[in-house]
Design a protein around this ligand. Structure first.
Ligand code: NAD
Length: 260
């Protein structure tokens, strides 16, 4: 059994890990709906590239992950266009680094909305179709911060711990319908999300930007950044039919960070 002809919606896939996941699933013959913000022409080039490189259908949906109605419409449109949403990857995420007493309230609200609530809204919209077809794969991009905390990331760590709870709960509710629900928990992956936090990390800790970069991977046994391709390969494995018994799992892919 293969994934050929199935359809995946990957939130936050115009950049970084999400784009890597879209490519990896497309390489297995999966039609993909990509989502996220960015330059219009660059997004169209990525969408068209997915079709020509992998011979699948690729659509773009610009739904804002802070808006419940746009998320529900994205799932409904994908079902209408492709006939099903078989694989849902909740990947969109943002970060903000700041001591808790100075943490801007609007940043807290945005992180909870994009990194946690958007997954709830997408799952809520996609599960009925998956249940009806008796097959589904829901994979949430959590983080090592779903398992452990770091200072100055109160909103992000709260949202990612929340994603772990959502993952386990929905796994229990959908297990008899051929649906699996898992969370992957990357350590530090070099993407725009990480690059952007280096100056704030340096400021919050009173160190140079070079030192801040080293601090990020210091907790990982490998002392290396995790790669986008490694995370995408794990997500694609979880999407395969052979992974039917892996559900409710919160899976680290963090170079050994959370082993300590
Ligand atoms: P990224 O900044 O490269 O990509 C984030 C994506 O989310 C982009 O496509 C962006 O347009 C999209 N996005 C942001 N706000 C959105 C909104 N309101 N509506 C729709 N899309 C929106 O970041 P990344 O590092 O690839 O992060 C992807 C996921 O991986 C996030 O959930 C992040 O928390 C998680 N993660 C990243 C790392 C890391 O080290 N990079 C580690 C662990 C977990």
């Amino acid at each position: 059994m293969s994934l050929k002809g199935k359809t995946a919606v990957i939130t936050g896939s115009t950049s970084g890990i999400g784009l890597g996941i879209a490519k990896s699933l497309a390489a297995e013959g999966v039609n993909v709906v990509i989502n996220g913000f960015g330059d219009k022409d660059a997004i169209e080039a990525e969408r068209a590239g997915l079709e020509t490189t992998y011979g699948v259908k690729a659509a773009y949906d610009g739904a804002d992950m802070t808006k419940a109605d746009e998320i529900a419409a994205m799932i409904a449109n994908a079902e209408k266009t492709f006939g099903a949403v078989d694989i849902l990857v909740n990947n969109a995420g943002i970060q903000f680094v700041c001591p808790v007493e100075e943490f801007p309230i609007e940043k807290w609200n945005a992180i909870i909305a994009i990194d946690l609530s958007s997954a709830f809204h997408a799952i809520r919209a996609a599960v009925p179709g998956m249940k009806a077809r008796k097959w589904g794969r829901i994979i949430n991009t959590a983080s090592a911060h779903a398992l452990v905390a770091s200072p100055f990331k109160s909103a992000y760590v709260s949202a990612k711990h929340g994603i772990a709870g959502l993952t386990k709960t929905v796994a229990l509710e959908t297990g008899t319908f051929g649906i699996t629900v898992n969370a992957v928990c990357p350590g530090y992956v070099w993407t725009p999300l990480v690059e952007k936090q280096i100056p704030d990390q340096a400021k919050a800790r009173g160190i140079s930007e070079d030192e801040a970069k080293k601090i990020l991977v210091a907790a990982q046994a490998t002392k290396e950044f995790v790669t986008i391709e490694q995370v995408a390969a794990l997500v694609t494995f979880l999407a395969q039919p052979i992974s039917a018994s892996i559900t409710g799992a919160i899976i680290p892919i963090d170079g050994g960070w959370t082993a300590e």
